[in-house]
Design a protein around this ligand. Structure first.
Ligand SMILES: CC(C)(COP(=O)(O)OP(=O)(O)OC[C@H]1O[C@@H](n2cnc3c(N)ncnc32)[C@H](O)[C@@H]1OP(=O)(O)O)[C@@H](O)C(=O)NCCC(=O)NCCS
Length: 169
């Protein structure tokens, strides 16, 4: 796979491998705790082996993209993507709290968008984002609009002003 790009100094965005599963499971647990902090409800904690099984299946699925942000061998973030017809989907983007606001989230998102675009996707939607999640702002910064209970982006548009047919509502 040709998805190798430097997001920021010393960081590589690369496809995840089975050697990353433990680190990704750590990030999944951090993500679950983060969401529980927003909703005030603790999600039924999936155990580590169940999370690892999910990640492993995702890695083996040829229709999915699973990327990690690697800082000198330390996995600090990941993102998942997939294709349904001409619709691109983004599952989770997660950057560990200590590495945020340094460009890793943008690097991961750019890489997934490029992969989806190469596969003919014209629109991208997020698979489940809570409108109360403050990171809605991160997606807005990258041209996504809240639409029909999720966030979407039209890849044919060049900027948020010219998003064709997608108005925030
Ligand atoms: C969302 C998340 C991945 C962003 O990662 P990050 O590495 O901090 O983002 P970046 O440093 O690449 O930021 C890119 C741009 O988005 C902006 N941004 C980042 N987080 C933001 C937020 N919460 N609100 C508004 N803007 C934000 C940055 O300021 C930056 O703007 P710039 O282009 O003007 O410099 C990270 O906050 C995270 O993991 N959050 C918890 C998990 C989550 O909620 N994921 C989304 C739902 S699946």
């Amino acid at each position: 796979m040709s998805h190798k790009a430097t997001a920021t100094c010393g960081t590589t965005i690369r496809p995840a491998t089975s050697g990353d599963i433990d680190a990704i499971v750590d990030l999944c647990e951090e993500f679950n705790a983060y969401i529980a902090g927003i909703t005030g409800r603790s999600t039924r904690a999936a155990n580590r082996s169940a999370l690892a099984g999910n990640v492993e299946r995702g890695l083996q699925d040829p229709g999915k993209l699973f990327l990690v942000a690697d800082q000198a061998g330390r996995v600090c973030g990941y993102i998942t993507g997939g294709v349904v017809g001409s619709l691109g989907q983004i599952g989770i983007v997660m950057v560990t709290a200590s590495a945020r606001r340094t460009g890793l989230g943008r690097g991961l998102l750019d890489a997934v968008e490029a992969w989806l675009s190469q596969r003919g996707c014209t629109r991208i939607e997020l698979v489940g984002i809570l409108p109360e999640n403050p990171t809605v702002g991160f997606y807005r910064r990258h041209g996504y609009v809240l639409h029909g209970g999720t966030m979407k982006k039209d890849l044919r548009a060049t900027g948020q002003q010219s998003i064709s047919g997608l108005q925030e509502r």
